[in-house]
Design a protein around this ligand. Structure first.
Ligand code: HPA
Length: 242
């Protein structure tokens, strides 16, 4: 029997197809947008289930971008396979989040130092307590430096990675908000746990697309502009790591 672990059920590629660092939006079309807008000589390296993955160069350095799909089970699969079977060292999630802190406004950027979760993802490790999923320090520090360079309005702190987008209990948002959590998204905690388990690095950077406390939302045009800044921060971070 072969000891080759690729292709996997979800990624039809070889380790050589991927760069050391992968940018990971949730949406496959956003992966395509990043590849077509920013990467030189981008090649499609995966398209299983429409999960577009591309590798090209940015400022002369190889970078990959591949979608995660939505939610922790989905990013859990893709990040696990990239870390374990495709030689990927760094994954930077670039996504959207809903703000739950009065100081965080729509279009701001959140760099997730930690990721709380209501998911049971950590139970697989059988730990005798709760695990605190955190970003890779040097990835985070580099991203913060780049956010400064880009003149971005950004916040560094905790996010909540939630298993539900539609939550039956309207009181929970306030409880997380009281603990200083800045925003809600649906993937970072699983990504951070996979990185920890694999001895690799991960970071989540989010554009605030809506404000859960005030109901404010971004227009399509505003979203595009702030997403672009987030992607450039992530790309600059990716090339500075190599
Ligand atoms: N909840 C979860 N994920 C999100 C949200 C939200 O309100 N907004 C953008 N991503």
């Amino acid at each position: 029997m072969s000891d080759k672990n690729y292709p996997t059920p979800h990624i039809n590629a070889t380790p050589d197809d991927f760069a050391r660092t992968v940018l990971m939006p949730g949406d496959p079309l956003r992966a395509k947008f990043i590849a077509e807008t920013y990467l030189k000589d981008a090649v499609l390296v995966n398209n299983v289930r429409g999960i577009h993955g591309y590798t090209g160069t940015y400022g002369g350095t190889r970078v990959s971008v591949m979608a995660s799909g939505m939610g922790m089970p989905s990013i859990g699969i893709y990040s696990y396979e990239l870390y374990n079977f495709f030689g990927v060292e760094n994954i930077i999630r670039v996504g959207t989040a809903g703000a739950i802190n009065p100081n965080v406004k729509v279009r701001d950027i959140v760099i997730a130092m930690g990721a709380c979760t209501n998911s049971n993802y950590a139970s697989q490790y059988g730990l005798p307590g709760t695990f605190a999923p955190i970003a890779g320090y040097s990835l985070m520090k580099t991203a913060i430096d780049n956010a400064e360079t880009h003149g971005a309005v950004y916040h560094v702190g905790n996010c909540l990675s939630s298993d539900t987008f539609y939550c039956d209990d309207p009181t929970v948002t306030e409880k997380w908000s009281k603990m200083g959590v800045l925003c809600i998204e649906m993937e970072a905690a699983a990504l951070y746990m996979n990185a920890a388990r694999c001895g690799k690095n991960a970071l989540g950077i989010f554009t605030v697309s809506d404000h859960i406390l005030t109901g404010e939302a971004t227009t399509a045009e505003q979203r595009q502009c702030s997403f672009t800044q987030m992607m450039e921060i992530a790309l600059d971070t990716a090339v500075q790591l190599n």
